[in-house]
Design a protein around this ligand. Structure first.
Ligand SMILES: Nc1ncnc2c1ncn2[C@@H]1O[C@H](COP(=O)(O)OP(=O)(O)OP(=O)(O)O)[C@@H](O)[C@H]1O
Ligand SMILES: [Mg+2]
Length: 380
């Protein structure tokens, strides 16, 4: 039983507005949960609360059914891996990994078995007698992970463990962490990152924290769900804009009519579009935002709904072509649209093109930024 449960948790520092508010969250036994959000949204604070390194201002935290608010960090059965590695520079790799176990007064042979087993899993055997300064960043990070493994914790906490590594090493270490999760399947893992590829690939569950202009929502949970739920059925504009690359396009529009199966909206400088959402609570004339992912835009012959756009900039990536377009004729009059076209697209700046916008690929958000329930999903 290692479920981690937050009930009505708040965190504030002095008189400042709360950093976290009304956090209700359950991380199940063995689950890989990723906290994601822009810098300063409270990811590390939420993680450090689980470890006991940050006081909880209000609400309760339970681990394995026991209230943890006042339990000392060392008694929580949890191991944390920091971005900075936090290794002892004067100790060898072996001694760094053994340190916590020696403090816990484990017998020497048992410590040796655990350290050697962790070194084998993490391919650190050749480096056991080296000091941290004689290792690369990736090797140091593996030692920090090894130090967590030897303690056989019931939960692993990671705070941006890969952000000091170069791009290639990040991918390699990300895959090692996925393997680690398989190997220690019974331990929960909570992982903080602002890299959405890490979040999408590692997580069973993503927790996206709110930030942005809306002060009343700052520090609350914008969306909790599986990676595909956040991608295909984002609950609000904030989630829709945060998950996915290139970013979802947002078009200003007004409601024409709606029923339980669809909504028809008129896009600013654009046509009327049918959107496959439950539009029964919409009133005609209301302001809404239409969302479409650049890679869900299709050719004009593949959709019965089209929109004419003026191509501004063309980026050719080889496998795909990114078209940056405008709807209104004078640039700056609308937010523009990015479309992903095939790699062999011949479009050039100044072209007027037709984009296909299938109704099942569109999202719709009301004036408060809340998504209307989709009635059809894109084929997976
Ligand atoms: N001791 C403190 N006093 C006042 N405010 C603090 C304190 N510690 C953190 N904060 C504030 O709490 C907010 C959340 O910080 P936190 O470190 O959890 O963010 P984060 O999401 O981990 O950001 P990053 O991605 O940059 O690491 C920030 O706005 C920060 O300024
Ligand atoms: Mg942080």
């Amino acid at each position: 039983m290692t479920a981690i449960v937050f009930k009505g948790v708040h965190k504030s520092y002095g008189d400042h507005p709360p950093v976290l508010r009304e956090v209700d969250l359950e991380i199940r036994d063995g689950e890989f949960c990723v906290f994601i959000g822009p810098s300063g949204c409270g990811k590390s604070t939420l993680l450090r609360m689980i470890a006991g390194l940050e006081e909880i201002s209000a609400g309760d935290l339970f681990i394995g059914g026991n209230r943890m608010n006042d339990v000392a960090p060392a008694k929580r059965g949890i191991a944390m891996v920091f971005q900075s590695y936090a290794l002892f520079p004067h100790l060898t790799v072996y001694e760094n990994m053994a340190f916590g176990l020696q403090l816990a007064k484990l017998p020497k042979e048992q410590i040796d078995t655990k350290v050697r087993e962790a070194a084998r899993v993490l391919q650190l055997e050749p480096y056991l007698m080296r000091k941290p300064k004689e290792l690369s960043g990736g090797q140091r990070q593996r030692v920090a992970i090894g130090r967590a493994i030897v303690r056989s914790p019931r939960a692993f906490l990671f705070d941006e463990p890969l952000s000091n590594l170069d791009a290639a090493l990040r991918v390699q270490t990300r895959i090692e962490i996925a393997r680690l999760h398989k190997r220690f399947a019974e331990a929960s893992m909570v992982y903080v990152t602002h890299d959405q590829i890490e979040a999408m690939t590692l997580a069973d569950k993503i927790v996206l924290l709110h930030t942005g202009d809306d002060v009343a929502k700052k520090g609350s949970l914008a969306h909790v769900g599986t990676p595909m739920e956040l991608f295909h059925r984002p609950r609000n504009l904030f989630t829709a804009g945060f998950i996915g690359s290139p970013k979802m396009n947002f078009l200003k529009a007004k409601v024409v009519r709606g029923d339980s199966q669809s909504a028809t909206v008129k896009v600013l400088c654009g046509p009327e579009l049918r959107v496959a959402v439950d539009g029964s609570r919409l009133t005609s004339g209301a302001d809404v935002t239409v969302g479409i992912r650049p890679d869900h835009i299709v050719g004009p012959d593949q959709s019965d709904q089209r929109m004419s756009c003026l191509v501004d900039i063309v980026e050719r990536l080889g496998t795909a072509t990114y078209l940056y377009t405008h709807l209104c004729d004078e640039p700056g009059a609308d937010a523009g649209m990015v479309a992903v076209a095939p790699g062999d697209s011949r479009a050039v700046s100044g072209d007027r093109i037709e984009l296909g916008l299938p109704s099942h690929a569109l999202h719709l958000f009301d004036a408060d930024g809340d998504a209307l329930m989709r009635t059809v999903d894109l084929p997976a």
